[in-house]
Every structure is written in structure tokens, then in C-alpha cells.
Design a protein around this ligand. Structure first.
Ligand SMILES: Nc1ncnc2c1ncn2[C@@H]1O[C@H](COP(=O)(O)OP(=O)(O)O)[C@@H](O)[C@H]1O
Ligand SMILES: [Mg+2]
Length: 349
């Protein structure tokens, strides 16, 4: 089967994407798959093949094809791989845009579809849907930039009435903790709101809690399965960009030290979240567990989680009895299953 791996991309997780992609390439079974790789630059254009090879730092790049061309969308249309594995984190990859291109080109792909990707990436809309489904989401207030400019004081009153310090301020559509700040006072809050608007037209202000960071891996389409949960112990005050990618100090605990009852609860919430957001293929579901009360809050889904050898998503599956190569086979099968199912829908009246 011809599988094409997409990596790089227009996002702050550009470099991380190459690390994830290199692990995926190392793991895909050459007896089953003929693999080609397309690297996308930070400006959205195609990398020359040598540049993609350099960034991936592969032991044996000769095992893979690195097609060249003017434009990667045209290249995809020409190559028509049997399936695409988008290993692109963050905006322009994880948010439904690339999935839309693949739908239009009629190419099967791994992971959530257009809608699940777009909603999964959007912290405001995903939380609204989870609330509607009765899932536990921390109280929050969303603020559109135009309205902030017109009536900031109203929003500050709203925050004061509904939340208490500390609060977290986040751009609606990003990842990697970029633009996220913890505000301890009204002055902080104003400054952090202005900062978050540098990244998005929509932001949210969310109730802050003292939390343990618990994560699970979900796999499947209409009958998703969940791994055991893991825990992250961040090296900083919270799980910032530095703690995620720059420090060596953050720790992964697998399994998370939870009681049997807690483990079961977080697993049930994971499946319910995956279904509520109509996700497909895979997602890592992140929770905040209140250190005082033990209550679980759904923080966010990640529809294209990290895929390096030491990333939580494949590690949790390994610890749950599913090896990394078998996981990749399953993900590809699930993408093909979705494609076949959807191609049966009628377009006739
Ligand atoms: N409401 C909150 N209370 C406490 N910590 C939070 C809260 N929201 C976010 N955090 C901290 O900030 C980190 C990043 O926030 P998150 O919403 O996961 O954004 P991203 O999509 O960038 O990962 C979390 O992993 C956690 O450490
Ligand atoms: Mg997160």
C-alpha cells in the first residue's frame, strides 16, 4: 500500500512534527507499505526533498520516496497515494484544513475528519459541545476581539462574577501552550487578554485550578477504545511551551498513579469526549484532575497527538498491550474504513 506522510507545516510545532514523522517512518512496516514523504515549510510551500531528508534525520532515507514538485497539493493530486498520514500538529494540519484538501482530492487519511479536527482544535466550540453533553468542563468565558475593543469593562465584570483568580487565558485555536497565561489579578488578566489576541480573534478566560495532568489515548471510529491513563509532571508552574519542548525536566508516569475507580472514571470520560466531538481514528484526551477534590475536568482533545518514541499517545497504547507498529496499522485501517463508509453515502436525491 502506498502511504504518504505529511510533515512540517505552518505551525509552532513544525520541528516537533518532524520528530513525530521520523518515528512513524521508522515504524511503518516496509513489507506492508511503500512510503513517500512530503515536508511542508513554515510558509506553507513544499520543501525540496533534500531539506525534508535533513530535517527528519533518518538512519536510512533510501527506504522512502521524497517526491519533488512545485506545489504539494498538486503533487498529492498527481501521486494519489492510497492513504495519507498527516503528522502535522496545530493549525493548518490538525484543524480540518488539510483534511478538507484530502476530502476534495478524494484520498483516504488517518485521524479525525474535517469537522472533528476543526472542533477539536477550537477550545471554545469543543467546550460548548462537551457542556451540552453533560461532560465536566471548567467554567469559562469567551471573548471576541471586536467586542473586547468595544466593551472590555463588561467582560471584566463577567469574569469577576463567574470566575475567581487565578484564571487561565487562552487563544481559541492554538496548541503547545502558545499565548496561554495564568493571571493572578485584574491587571494580569488585562495584559494576558491583550497578549492572547495576538494569536487569535477569539480567546477564552477559564477558571484555574491546582491540577494533576492526566491523559489517555483513544483509538477507533464508531466503537472507540481507550488506553490506560498516564500522568505528566510538568517541569514548570504549569505545562508551558518550555516545559513541553525545551526543558528535559517534565516527567511521564505510565500508568498514572490513580485508584481503580479513578482510572475507570477517566477512561469513561475519554470515550464520552471522543464520541461527543465525533472524533475518528485517534485522539489523546487531556484532563485536569483537581488536586483538592479529585474531580476530573476534560481539558482538551488532541486529534494529531505527538508520535515520537517517547510521546504519550503511542506509549499509553504500548502499556495497554498494543505495540507501536500495530497501532500504525490500525490507524491506517481506520482511515480506510471511514473512507469506504463515507463513499457509500448517496449524492442523489
Ligand atoms: N484551567 C486550568 N487550570 C490549571 N491549569 C491549566 C488550566 N488550563 C490550562 N492549564 C495549564 O496550561 C497547559 C496548556 O493548556 P491547554 O489548554 O492544554 O492548551 P494547549 O492546547 O496549548 O496544550 C495545561 O497543560 C495546564 O498545565
Ligand atoms: Mg494541552
Amino acid at each position: 500500500m502506498h502511504v504518504l506522510v505529511l510533515c512540517g507545516g505552518k505551525s509552532a510545532e513544525h520541528e516537533v512534527s518532524f520528530l513525530s514523522a521520523a518515528s512513524v517512518l521508522d515504524t511503518l512496516d516496509p513489507a506492508k507499505y511503500r512510503v513517500s514523504v512530503i515536508g511542508i515549510q513554515r510558509d506553507g510551500s513544499l520543501y525540496p526533498p533534500e531539506a525534508t531528508v535533513d530535517r527528519l534525520k533518518l538512519d536510512s532515507p533510501e527506504k522512502f520516496q521524497f517526491p519533488s514538485g512545485e506545489n504539494w497539493v498538486c503533487l498529492l493530486a498527481d501521486l494519489k497515494p492510497e492513504t495519507v498520514f498527516p503528522v502535522l500538529h496545530g493549525p493548518f494540519g490538525e484543524d480540518g484544513t488539510i483534511q478538507g484538501i484530502l476530502e476534495v482530492l478524494d484520498i483516504p487519511y488517518v485521524g479525525a475528519g474535517v469537522w472533528g479536527s476543526a472542533v477539536g482544535m477550537n477550545k471554545i466550540h469543543s467546550k460548548k459541545i462537551l457542556l451540552e453533553e453533560g461532560l465536566p468542563v471548567l467554567p469559562f468565558i469567551s471573548i471576541p476581539q471586536t467586542e473586547w475593543q468595544e466593551r472590555a469593562e463588561d467582560f471584566l465584570k463577567l469574569v469577576a462574577g463567574k470566575l475567581h483568580y487565578p484564571v487561565f487565558v487562552k487563544p481559541a485555536n492554538l496548541g503547545s501552550s502558545i499565548g496561554i497565561n495564568k493571571s493572578a489579578s485584574r491587571d494580569d488578566l488585562i495584559q494576558h487578554i491583550e497578549a492572547a489576541f495576538r494569536y487569535d480573534d477569539f480567546i477564552l478566560v477559564e477558571q484555574g485550578i491546582e491540577a494533576r495532568e492526566i491523559e489517555t489515548s483513544v483509538l477507533g471510529n464508531s466503537r472507540p477504545e481507550v488506553s490506560i491513563a498516564g500522568e505528566i509532571i510538568p517541569s514548570r508552574e504549569f505545562y508551558t511551551y518550555e516545559a513541553k519542548y525545551l526543558d528535559q525536566g517534565s516527567q511521564l508516569l505510565i500508568p498514572a498513579p490513580l485508584s481503580g475507580k479513578e482510572m475507570k472514571r477517566v477512561q469513561e470520560l475519554s470515550i464520552a469526549t471522543f464520541k461527543a466531538l465525533q472524533l475518528e481514528g485517534m485522539a489523546r484526551i487531556d484532563f485536569l484532575m483537581d488536586k483538592k477534590t479529585g474531580q476530573f475536568w476534560v481539558n482538551e482533545p488532541n486529534t494529531i497527538p505527538g508520535f515520537t518514541q517517547i510521546s504519550m499517545y503511542p506509549k499509553l497504547w504500548e502499556a495497554s498491550g498494543l505495540s507501536y507498529p500495530d497501532l500504525l496499522d490500525k490507524l491506517i485501517d481506520l482511515g480506510l474504513e471511514r473512507y469506504r463508509r463515507r463513499s457509500r453515502f448517496s449524492v442523489e436525491r
